[in-house]
Design a protein around this ligand. Structure first.
Ligand SMILES: [Zn+2]
Ligand SMILES: [Zn+2]
Length: 171
């Protein structure tokens, strides 16, 4: 879905979106998360002479991989949207040797806003850096690779024994 800047009226444009997750996934390409459809968003676009202001919220259901036990789990993400785009002709961006993301300012290239790309950008920003399936996930044993949540292994006791020895040495 694309919105032409010239089509944004003076009173603003309200978008109520339910984007197919698979379409966003196409933009995402090969990422370490999977989007379950649909991605819903409520966005208001306002236009001034120099800027486009986007305000609203979005929510999506994702499948992430736990950074500790590597299991896949569902993760609900909801983001607040508050973006300002500076309108600058493509020529102006090139002349200044800038990219869209320079200095944290979003420069809008061209004459339209790609809503799917916009939503995906938001998702990426709010993605947890180290997702965990549950806050007390025990992760995998670094020695034998067993999932410590379900399979207690002997190496762990050995580790504990060594730790106890270390503690007694330090005591
Ligand atoms: Zn986990
Ligand atoms: Zn083990």
């Amino acid at each position: 879905m694309k919105v032409a800047i010239k089509d944004i009226p003076a009173e603003g444009l309200h978008l109520n979106i339910a984007e197919n997750g698979s379409e966003l996934q196409t933009i995402a390409g090969k990422t370490d998360f999977c989007i379950l459809s649909p991605v819903s968003a409520d966005i208001a676009l306002f236009k001034t002479d120099e800027e486009i202001i986007a305000q609203g919220s979005m929510a999506a259901l994702l499948i992430l991989q736990c950074s500790r036990c590597l299991k896949e789990f569902e993760y609900k993400i909801s983001s607040k949207i508050e973006n300002i785009y500076t309108l600058m002709p493509e020529q102006g961006i090139k002349e200044r040797g800038l990219t869209r993301k320079d200095a944290g300012i979003n420069y809008l290239e061209g004459s339209e806003i790609d809503i799917n790309a916009f939503l995906f950008e938001q998702l990426s920003l709010d993605m947890p850096m180290q997702p965990v399936c549950k806050s007390d996930c025990k992760g995998l044993c670094p020695r034998c690779g067993a999932d410590r949540n379900t399979t207690p292994c002997d190496c762990r006791e050995e580790g504990d024994a060594r730790l106890a020895k270390l503690k007694s040495l330090l005591a």
